[in-house]
Design a protein around this ligand. Structure first.
Ligand code: CA
Length: 227
């Protein structure tokens, strides 16, 4: 698998590259955001590890530009600041996951494995619920004529919810299946993604909501239309 690393601290960049190479990933290394964007736009990477604080263009801007160009390559953001605002901003601009420095090699590898897991899987390409259609290969969520891009994590969450429409899916199950049981993802990470999905349903005008069931999990619901 091909991994792009964009990190301006050279020693860290080289350490990260070595960690990935030890696991047989092929790695390209760039040291600023503008190069990161150029390389990632090629679409030949299975995942991009992207530092937030980069010269020439920050990580947020890189992801935003990628998504605007309909490039769906999974992106893992590296942030030095463990602040909710940064995480939300990162996810909001289209990143799939984030990792706060400092982190262990195991944590990094677990995140990258989770992000690249869908590659090579044989799955149904289209899932539907009420008036919503999720097209997996395109990472697109549609309702009628409208369509939005959804991030890799959002797609994984929605895939589970749409495949189990009658059941409550717990936050624990989502963390296990979407982030991996060895990750340090927490309930509020799941909540942030659910909140983005709700906004996208709203934007699409979909007749679908995500019900929070007994504070323990989620279930899709078809909204009743007023007569
Ligand atoms: Ca940096």
């Amino acid at each position: 698998m091909n991994i792009l690393i964009a990190e301006d601290e050279r020693r860290l960049a080289e350490a990260l590259a070595q960690i990935m190479k030890n696991q047989k990933y092929r790695v390209d290394l760039v040291y600023d955001g503008a190069d990161g964007l150029d390389y990632a736009m090629s679409g030949r990477y299975d995942a991009v590890i992207l530092d937030v604080m980069l010269p020439r263009m920050d990580g947020f801007a890189v992801v935003k530009r990628l998504r605007e160009a309909k490039n769906a390559t999974p992106v893992l953001l590296l942030t030095a600041r463990d602040e909710v605002a940064d995480k939300v901003k990162g996810l909001d601009c289209g990143a799939d996951d984030y990792l706060t420095k400092p982190f262990s090699p195991e944590e990094l590898l677990a995140r990258v494995r989770a992000l690249t897991r869908r590659r090579g899987e044989v799955v149904l390409d289209v899932l539907t619920f009420a008036d919503l259609t999720l097209q997996l290969s395109a990472g697109a969520l549609r309702c009628g004529e409208k369509s939005v891009h959804i991030s890799f994590k959002e797609l994984e969450i929605l895939k589970i919810l749409m495949s189990n429409p009658q059941r409550i899916t717990t936050k624990e199950t989502l963390i296990d299946k979407v982030w991996g049981s060895d990750s340090n993802a927490e309930d509020n990470t799941v909540e942030a993604h659910i909140s983005f999905l709700r906004k996208k349903f709203f934007y699409l005008g979909a007749n679908v909501g995500i019900e929070t069931a007994r504070k323990m999990g989620y279930r899709l619901e078809e909204k009743r239309r007023d007569p």
